[in-house]
Design a binder for this molecule. Structure first.
Ligand SMILES: [Mg+2]
Length: 322
């Protein structure tokens, strides 16, 4: 069996684990420079392509991956996106030191006080629903309607503004489509890829659709040109509408997984989250084995670390209930 056989079809261990670990790699690579401007990152690190220490040790993941892992745990336990189960997983695994957004603390307090799974969220248009959703895109790659519904429901637990919801759905669909294209060996054409996603989220939020369609042209493989185009077009901040499109852009501009993630982090701003989203896309498209070994080896691997995440993937696949 060739390696390309092993990563087919669209729904597979390689793609689900690729989305999970690719997201963790992007999160950990972006962690030390969260909130920095693009120029500050290149001045300090040059091409930031190795795990560095920041407010957490090198290779540590942040809130983005902690919540992604909660989604994966729900899939492994339930075989589907189960809102009540996931809300309790978010609460059970919550570690403030991972760097959560301020409004999440209120969500957790309401869940702890017994609020319904869909009754604790805020009217946030942040990227928190999108940052963690990659594994769902890979899990439902064979059914984009289910992919969209599951992405929407997991987002509602914390983020209920239409822009937060549309961003989460867009990222999930993008990962699902990346799985399909990776399986068929198709290179995504940026305009077609973004038009398809914009068309699907337009009815939820027209602004998000417009921001996806505002993608500048991206010279494939030219990191410096893509970085300049993406930072001019998007704020790359904590809002879903300004963070999801550049993550998709970094993936679409890249020729391999490493480049997608390095480019995403180099944009500055919400680097861990944009890195996590581009990483999930890259891992889904190119597969787990295409992620740099040095990054995988450098990821934190304690209690809820790399090997634990890898162990959840076959469990989630074996119990999938359609
Ligand atoms: Mg984070």
């Amino acid at each position: 069996m060739s390696s390309s056989d092993q990563i087919n079809p669209a729904f597979s261990y390689q793609r689900l684990a690729g989305a999970a670990l690719g997201g963790m790699c992007g999160d950990a690579l972006g962690m030390p420079v969260e909130g920095w401007q693009s120029q500050e990152i290149s001045r300090r690190y040059g091409r930031l392509d190795s795990m560095q220490a920041g407010r957490l040790p090198a290779g540590s993941y942040t809130d983005d991956s902690q919540m992604m892992i909660a989604i994966l745990k729900t899939l492994a336990d339930q075989g589907r996106l189960d809102g009540p189960h996931l809300s309790q997983e978010f609460l059970r695994t919550f570690e403030p030191r991972r760097g959560y957004g301020t409004r999440i603390f209120g969500v957790m307090q309401r869940l702890a006080a017994g609020a319904a799974w869909d009754g604790a969220g805020t009217d946030s248009l942040g990227n928190g629903g999108a940052m963690r959703v990659g594994v769902l895109g890979a899990y439902y790659a064979d059914d984009l309607e289910a992919c969209q519904r599951a992405a929407y429901d997991q987002c509602r637990i914390t983020h209920q503004h239409p822009q937060g919801l549309a961003g989460a759905v867009a990222q999930s669909l993008a990962v699902g489509m990346a799985c399909r294209m990776g399986a068929s060996g198709e290179i995504p054409a940026p305009h077609d890829f973004l038009s398809e996603i914009a068309g699907r989220v337009e009815a939820m939020d027209a602004h998000t659709a417009a921001r996806l369609k505002a993608m500048p042209s991206l010279p494939r493989g030219d990191e410096a040109a893509a970085r300049q185009a993406l930072t001019q077009a998007y704020a790359c901040d904590v809002t879903a509408a300004e963070a999801v499109p550049p993550a998709l852009g970094a993936f679409l501009a890249a020729e391999n997984a490493e480049q997608a993630i390095v480019l995403a982090v180099s944009l500055g701003g919400d680097t861990d989250t944009i890195g996590a989203m581009a990483g999930a896309l890259a891992g889904a498209y190119w597969g787990l084995d295409a992620l740099p070994a040095a990054w995988l080896n450098g990821l934190e691997n304690g209690d809820q670390g790399r090997d634990y995440v890898l162990s959840l993937c076959p469990r989630a696949i074996s119990v999938k209930s359609g």
